[in-house]
Write a protein that binds this ligand. Sequence first.
Ligand SMILES: Nc1nc2c(ncn2[C@@H]2O[C@H](COP(=O)(O)OP(=O)(O)OP(=O)(O)O)[C@@H](O)[C@H]2O)c(=O)[nH]1
Ligand SMILES: [Mg+2]
Length: 380
Amino acid sequence: MAVRFECPASFTGEDVVELHLHGNQLIIDQVLRLSVACGARLATAGEFSRRAFMNGKLDLVQVEALGDLIAAESEQALYISQRQFHGEFRRKLNAFRGNLVSLLAALELELDFVEDGYHFASDNELQSLLRDLGDFCDGLLTSYHLGNRLRKGPRVLLLGRPNAGKSSLFNALLGYSRSLVSAQAGTTRDYIEELIHYRGIAFHLIDTAGLRETLDAIEAEGVGYAKDLIALSDHVLYLIDSSDALSIERELIAVDALRRAHPQSQIVPILTKADVVDGVSDYLNCSILRPDSVTPILDLLADSYTSALSDATVLLNERQFFLLADIQRQLAAIRADAIVGTEFLSADLRGLLEPLSLLSGAVTNDDILTTLFSSFCIGK
Ligand SMILES: Nc1nc2c(ncn2[C@@H]2O[C@H](COP(=O)(O)OP(=O)(O)OP(=O)(O)O)[C@@H](O)[C@H]2O)c(=O)[nH]1
Ligand SMILES: [Mg+2]
């Protein structure tokens, strides 16, 4: 089936014909070969999106959101990029830019009439614009790292002494037996990583070798991996065997030490084998004999994202992050200058306009575009 789109009502804004083929790669290959033989060429990576951008059908934030949307691997990641594509972020950016431009125009008019003492720009308006812009940047910059983790899929490490029940919990969280479980200490050596989806978030779950001093060279290497992975993880579930009452205190001290050494990651002690000793405890506990007991663990992980981000806009990449950080820096400098003449103020506002324009792509450079579009796949 062929569908004809007339300019400008297509995705790229140009005249376009779309061919709809059956999903057999051989058919697709034949049609491609035939088209090329008739004079067509294959599109470069991101070429369609680039054309859409050049023709004003999409702004840069939308292009980035589109790239993110195509790459999204969880419902939450999808949701974030969809919101970015349609949403609030772009509307606010454009509003700030528009207001800044009109204020600048008023200020420059003032410069022409400076001897006459005319005031065209309202000081209140200016102050509130700067304040709003500052709040806007603050919120987005603070949520950036959390949002980024959410989009990429948080890493959750299962850690603890041998036989603490790491592989058992790993399997229980996955819902099938992936990792070997045995009463023998030192069963898991290599680390094992699997993806689980919970409340729309894709968690990278990692089972590791039990932490202990060992003479077994291979096991020791596994313990080394486990320790190295701590720094790369967003969450550490530190499992403590509650049936070994004498070791609980010592293990909780180990958790404290871990927290001090790795403040970037959330370290949660969990008492395992809760079916063996049924004591009330201040800590999360679980038992593989009670499948429900893993739900509070998953909720704890998911809550740290959904409550903090809820419906907030989330920045998609470093480019957006650094441009907003630049705006924030400039705002701080303007505030530090306090009362300055119209001349300086207008230069300051011009400075602010630059990162705002770069954000939406109203002003851009070829390097940024090439990098951006090359990360798209061909045909997008
Ligand atoms: N009763 C009971 N036994 C458990 C529970 N979880 C694990 N076990 C038992 O504890 C032993 C060790 O479990 P694993 O899951 O292999 O422990 P691990 O932490 O992965 O051990 P290593 O890989 O050797 O570091 C096995 O015999 C499991 O059957 C539990 O919730 N209740
Ligand atoms: Mg194990």
